[in-house]
Design a protein around this ligand. Structure first.
Ligand code: GAP
Length: 503
């Protein structure tokens, strides 16, 4: 259950949102037209950070696991895909309107917020009982029961305080568009609400073409779309977002072990990236999605409380069987390993699936929240001592948008040329910038604000002995080293190996 947001926490989120805009990480979509709700664009630093996170996930999945391969499926799929997957009938949010404020809410979110109030008031058992009851009613699709729960709990509109509610209705979250230019009666084409189905419909293509043997996984990164009603908390809940999903196909009966294995592996990934163990937790679902036999979220403590960052789902053979039934194409695998109990091959079966699904944008937001640091620093001594505030992004060097900035101390005496030489020598290996404007202190500040781990200064001594100072973002300490040592020094720190070694 999520912790309610305190004013200090929302102030922190506000600072992070402002920082993300000011320093080129995230912009509101079409801002000059006042913005499109719950849609965001990534700026020059944001796209570098996001691409680094995606590449890290991709390599952690495919490069580190000999039995996981990737695909890149289209966003549009045959509309029958979504009938088979259950999304046409069941991918709904329970909505309720307030008759006074005319505002629309998710009924489950209103109840969860009430449960969080009980928790805050020191009665977590009552909160847990409330969410359990809500889970029961939603699973039974008892919408009248959900409304009654809202009335019994005296839940009012957070804006107007009114308790005049409409009935609860189910609202499908899929966006659709007209696919056929010639047939106006044709079924709508949906914008995929999850990337997973592109993997399921390609299960046999991949298994056969890549000669995969069970157990094996198929990984994919791509856009997904949901018509979210509660669109809040910056990039946490968007209408267009990116998922990084992996479907792991296993022999029926072994899904429990694989569920536990992937649950632990995915948590290790987030910790290796620098999200502290104390700010991560597992949360078993109160209400299972229509496809899931078991499901757990990995939650991160965002400034607005513990919230889902990744879902691990045991999907059984639900999706492949549904596609097999609707397409009338067998989705079976022939397993010629010997079953020890029968002494015969396992033979043909529809594999079971364990899924890991993390939002690239939520991982981005968690990484940004965790990296955002404000500290007071003291400079000078005695009477000359001053204190000032410093804001910096303590990003893991492997995902930082820019790995090093090169500063000629002054714009003369051959220093700019030397800086350019270093840039040219290292640019095939790392994303770098040269900065020669303003005092050195200001240049350090600018790089701290975007999380650049190293600043390399070319000074008078460099021209004499080919050494530079390397200033470290987190400690502000400086180390003098030969230019020839830079590649190995930076390379070591920014390598994905530093993350992979902890997995
Ligand atoms: N294929 C399974 C699936 O889609 P999900 O729990 O609905 O499961 C998986 O979504 C992940 O996708 C979530 O844990 C979250 O990180 C991300 N996600 C879902 N909806 C999102 C949204 N509206 N905005 C941003 N990320 C979202």
């Amino acid at each position: 259950m999520s912790k309610p947001t305190t004013p200090a926490e929302s102030a922190q989120l506000k600072d992070i949102v402002a920082h993300a805009k000011e320093y080129g990480f995230v912009f509101q979509s079409s801002e000059i037209y006042d913005g499109l709700a719950a849609v965001y664009d990534y700026g020059p630093n944001g796209v570098e950070l996001k691409n680094n996170l995606k590449r890290l996930w991709w390599e952690a999945m495919t490069q580190l696991h000999g039995n996981v391969v990737g695909i890149d499926a289209a966003i549009f799929m045959d509309p029958r895909t979504w009938e088979a997957s259950g999304h046409v009938a069941g991918f709904n949010d329970p909505l309720i309107d307030n008759l006074d404020s005319k505002k629309r809410y998710r009924a489950d979110v209103l109840i969860e917020e009430k449960a969080a109030e009980y928790e805050k008031a020191g009665d977590p058992a009552r909160g847990a009982a409330l969410t359990a009851e809500m889970g029961r009613l939603l699973t039974a699709n008892d919408l009248a029961g959900v409304k009654q729960l809202i009335i019994d709990e005296k839940i009012v509109d957070p804006l107007s305080g009114s308790s005049k509610w409409t009935d609860v209705r189910q609202f499908n979250l899929m966006f659709s568009t007209q696919g056929s230019a010639v047939d106006s009666e044709a079924a709508p084409v949906y914008l995929r609400p999850e990337t997973a189905q592109g993997i399921f419909v390609n299960f046999l293509n991949v298994q056969k073409s890549a000669r995969m043997k069970i157990p094996f996984g198929i990984a994919q990164i791509g856009k997904a779309f949901r018509n979210e009603i509660v669109a809040r908390q910056f990039i946490f809940r968007m209408r267009e977002f990116e998922q990084m999903e992996m479907q792991f196909f296993v022999r029926p009966g072994t899904e429990g072990e694989w569920y536990d294995t992937w649950k632990a592996a995915r948590r290790r990934f987030h910790e290796a990236l620098g999200l502290p163990a104390a700010k991560l937790r597992f949360h078993d679902h109160d209400k299972l999605a229509h496809y899931a036999k078991a499901a757990v979220d990995i939650e991160y403590e965002f400034p607005f409380g513990f919230k889902e960052m990744e879902g691990i789902h045991s999907r059984g053979d639900f999706d492949l069987t549904q596609h097999q039934n609707l397409s009338r194409k067998k989705q079976q695998y022939f397993d010629n390993d010997i079953d020890e109990t029968t002494g015969k091959p396992y033979g043909n079966y529809v594999p079971y699936v364990v899924e890991t699904s993390v939002g690239a944008d939520r991982l981005f937001l968690a990484t940004l929240c965790e990296a955002f640091q404000e500290e007071t620093i003291t400079e000078g001594e005695g009477e000359a001592q001053t204190t000032k505030q410093r804001t910096f992004l303590k990003l893991h060097p492997a995902v930082a948008p820019i790995k090093a900035a090169i500063f000629p101390l002054v714009r003369k005496d051959g220093m700019p040329e030397k800086a350019q030489q270093i840039f040219d020598d290292l640019r095939f290996d790392f994303r770098l910038v040269i900065e020669d404007k303003d005092a050195i202190g200001k240049r350090y500040t600018r790089q701290d604000l975007i999380g650049t781990p190293f600043c390399i200064v070319v000074d008078g001594q460099t021209l004499e002995d080919d050494t530079v100072t390397v200033r470290h973002r987190d400690t502000r300490e400086q180390t003098r080293m030969p230019i020839s040592a830079l590649r190995a020094y930076i390379g070591e720190a920014v390598s994905f190996k530093t993350v992979f070694a902890k997995l």
